[in-house]
Design a protein around this ligand. Structure first.
Ligand SMILES: [Fe+2]
Length: 351
C-alpha cells in the first residue's frame, strides 16, 4: 500500500485503510472506484488516503496499535467528553480498562517503528490526536525506563490532555484562518479547564492530572498557563508536550497540510536547542519513528522517485525504496527495489 493525496487517486486503486467519521465507517478497506468519493472525502476533511495499486500491493505499513484498539480508545474518550459536556463532570469507569489494553499492545509491538499516520476527518481530529499523543508518550516512557504503573499514569494523562478543549468555543477550535489574540487567549484556557474538570477525581493520579494542566508549559518558562520552568514541570507533562507537538506537525488538519516526519523532527530538535523541550525524551521518540515511513513517496538523488518499501533497522535515513523509474525518453517505466543502505551513492533528496 502507499499513501497518496486525494487528488492523485485513480480508479485502478483500492482503499488500503478504512476511513471513519466519528464512529461511522465511511469507506472500508478494499473499496474501489475511489474517484467518485473524492468530493465527499474532501468535504469531511480527508486530504490523503492509503491505497493499494499494482506497484505497491506488497508494501505493508505496520502499526504499533491496531485499528480496532484505536477505535475503542476514541470511543471511550468520546464517552468521557460527552459526559463532561452534558453533565459538567468527569465520569469514565472504562478508561483504566482501555489504557491497559493499549499498553499491552504497545508492549508487544514496541520494536516496530511508527510509520502510520492515521487518516482523520475534521470532527474526529481531537480524538485521533489524543490517541496518537498517547501512543507516542508511552513509547517515550518505555524507552525512558518507566514502570508499568508509571506508564499507566502517563497514558491516562496523555489520553485526556486536551479534555479542556471540549469546554471551549468549538468555532474557534476549528477556525481555518489565523486566530486573533483574544481567540488565542481563549484556547490557552484549556489546560486549566481540563484540570479543574478532573480535580476531584481520585480514580486519576495527581501525575495524570498534572499532564492535563502542564502539557503546554515549556522548560524555558515560555509556556502556559503558569510559565513554569525546568523541573517545576512534571516529567510526564514534558513527555506529552513532545508527543503533542510531534502529532500536531505530522497530522493533516483542516487548516494545513501535514509536515513530513523529517521536517517535524527538525522543528522539535530546534525546540530542544532553544531550551523549550527535553532532549532525552525527544531522542526516545525519534528512536521509535520512521523518518521516511513505509508507503510514502520520496525523490532520489539519481533523478528517480519511488515508494518507501521497508525500513533498515539502525539506518533511519536509508530505507528500501520501490523505485519507479520513468526517465526513459521512449516512455518505458521500470520498477525495481533499491536498498539505500547498500547503495550509498543514492540518497533521498525530497519527500
Ligand atoms: Fe493542548
Amino acid at each position: 500500500m502507499r499513501r497518496i493525496s486525494l487528488n492523485e487517486v485513480t480508479d485502478d486503486m483500492t482503499l488500503a485503510k478504512p476511513i471513519y467519521q466519528g464512529t461511522k465507517l465511511i469507506l472500508q478497506t478494499g473499496a474501489a472506484e475511489l474517484t467518485k468519493y473524492k468530493e465527499k472525502l474532501n468535504n469531511i476533511g480527508v486530504f490523503s488516503v492509503y491505497v493499494n495499486d499494482p506497484v505497491s500491493d506488497d508494501i505493508t505499513v505496520p502499526d504499533v496499535v491496531c485499528e480496532q484498539t484505536r477505535e475503542k480508545c476514541k470511543a471511550t474518550l468520546r464517552l468521557v467528553c460527552d459526559h463532561l459536556r452534558q453533565q459538567g463532570n468527569f465520569h469514565e469507569p472504562e478508561l483504566a480498562e482501555i489504557v491497559t489494553a493499549l499498553l499491552d499492545e504497545i508492549f508487544q509491538n514496541k520494536d516496530i517503528l511508527i510509520s502510520l499516520s492515521q487518516i482523520c476527518t475534521v470532527d474526529d481530529a481531537t480524538m485521533v490526536h489524543s490517541v496518537n499523543t498517547t501512543i507516542y508518550s508511552v513509547l517515550i516512557g518505555v524507552k525512558s525506563g518507566l514502570s508499568k504503573e508509571e506508564l499507566k499514569e502517563l497514558a491516562e494523562g496523555a489520553l485526556l490532555h486536551d479534555l479542556g478543549k471540549i469546554i471551549l468555543n468549538e468555532s474557534i477550535l476549528l477556525k481555518s484562518s489565523a486566530l486573533t489574540q483574544e481567540e488565542y487567549n481563549h484556547i490557552k484556557l484549556h489546560p486549566s479547564l481540563g484540570y479543574e474538570a478532573l480535580e476531584k477525581k481520585h480514580l486519576l493520579s495527581d501525575a495524570s492530572r498534572l499532564v492535563v494542566l502542564q502539557h503546554h508549559e515549556r522548560l524555558d518558562g515560555s509556556g502556559y498557563p503558569a510559565g513554569l520552568k525546568g523541573d517545576e514541570i512534571h516529567p510526564y507533562a514534558q513527555i506529552v508536550a513532545i508527543s503533542d507537538v510531534y502529532d500536531a506537525l505530522t497530522s493533516e488538519r483542516c487548516y494545513r497540510k501535514s509536515l513530513s516526519n523529517y521536517r517535524a523532527c527538525r522543528i522539535l530538535q530546534e525546540d530542544v536547542r532553544s531550551g523549550k523541550l527535553n532532549g532525552a525524551y525527544l531522542d526516545a521518540l525519534l528512536s521509535n519513528v520512521a523518518i521516511y515511513p513505509n508507503g510514502i513517496v520520496v525523490y532520489l538523488s539519481d533523478g528517480t522517485h519511488g515508494i518507501v518499501k521497508s525500513q533498515n533497522p539502525g539506518f533511519p535515513y536509508q530505507p528500501v525504496i520501490r523505485v519507479i523509474d520513468d526517465r526513459d525518453p521512449d516512455g518505458k517505466v521500470s520498477v525495481y527495489d533499491l536498498d539505500l543502505a547498500t547503495r550509498t551513492e543514492v540518497s533521498i533528496v525530497e519527500q
